[in-house]
Design a protein around this ligand. Structure first.
Ligand code: SPV
Ligand code: MG
Length: 284
């Protein structure tokens, strides 16, 4: 059954730390909502991995949008769509906003990398567009949105690309001036120190979004105290799924039956509940 969605902007304005879980399917999104996450990150890594393809702009905008829209249709908390670098030039980015907004997506993230992009952790560096070019893209995106609720996260890959903190801060300031609603500062360091330095230099000029994939020991309450507005657990669901499927399949083949697994398997009835089956059955 379709749900009405609370916009991401209304959640951010509420002021507490928002927690998003990465997903690539509506079922994953339902489980994230059920667990209590404030929203779902439609992750380009996850959506690509679900097709067993690299996160390297191989899929089209339409395919990423379909995944995000399928998730949004299934949940009432907002989907934040990872839109990579906007799927091309400024014209592509304008078209993207029209399509995502029309599909009911209330927030997107765009990053200051060239198209085609490569996943941040596989990136060999030197993939940034100029600050001026990305500002022009942000301006195009903000001019393209039709409702005031649509929320645009500008993501800088400056630190991922080995650029100095001064450049990350300069880019973030420029992105704010060209209409960004929040800044995602990404880092591949093993500790949160880079992010803490950024937060100190940034002085809360706009909400800050972080993705603690490589610095997992930073606790949510510490992020909130440090001034983070949104935390994205971008791919832990996908990685847990891979671990679980591997051990499940290995167990079935090595035991010759599913008996050792039965206690850990979600009952089919619960799958029906996640599908919303009782409400559908009540229709006829
Ligand atoms: C994603 O989940 O697709 C992201 C985060 O963009 S990262 O994989 O760290 O680039
Ligand atoms: Mg991505």
């Amino acid at each position: 059954m379709r749900k009405s969605v609370n916009s991401f902007r209304s959640q951010v304005e509420y002021g507490r730390l928002l927690k998003l879980a990465g997903s690539h399917t509506a079922l994953g999104a339902v489980l994230a909502e059920e667990a209590g996450f404030d929203g779902v990150w439609s992750s380009s890594l996850e959506v690509s991995a679900a097709r067993a393809l690299p996160d390297a702009s191989l899929l089209t905008m339409t395919e990423y949008l379909e995944a995000a829209a399928n998730m949004q249709k299934a949940i009432a908390v907002p989907v934040v769509a990872d839109c990579d670098s906007g799927y091309g030039n400024n014209a592509n980015a304008q078209h993207m906003v029209h399509e995502y907004e029309a599909a009911g997506i209330t927030a997107i993230s765009v990053e200051d990398k060239r198209f085609p992009k490569m996943n941040s952790f596989a990136d060999r560096g030197d993939s940034l567009v100029s600050t001026a070019d990305f500002c022009r893209k942000l301006e195009t995106i903000k001019n393209a949105q039709s409702g005031s609720d649509f929320f645009v996260i500008a993501r800088t890959e400056a630190l991922i690309n080995g650029r100095p903190m001064s450049e990350a801060l300069e880019r973030a300031r420029a992105y704010k001036d060209f209409g960004a609603d929040a800044i995602l500062i990404h880092s591949k360091e093993k500790s949160n120190e880079q992010i803490l330095d950024f937060l100190e230099g940034w002085q809360a000029q706009l909400p800050v979004v972080v993705v603690p994939t490589t610095y997992p020991d930073w606790a949510d309450h510490e992020m909130a105290d440090a001034g983070v507005s949104v935390v994205i657990y971008a791919n832990q669901g996908l990685r847990a799924t891979v671990t679980s499927l591997r051990s499940t399949y290995e167990s079935i083949l090595s035991n010759g039956n599913t008996v050792p697994l039965e206690d850990d398997l979600t009952p089919v009835k619960e799958i029906f509940a996640l599908q919303g089956l009782p409400a559908w059955q009540a229709l006829d």
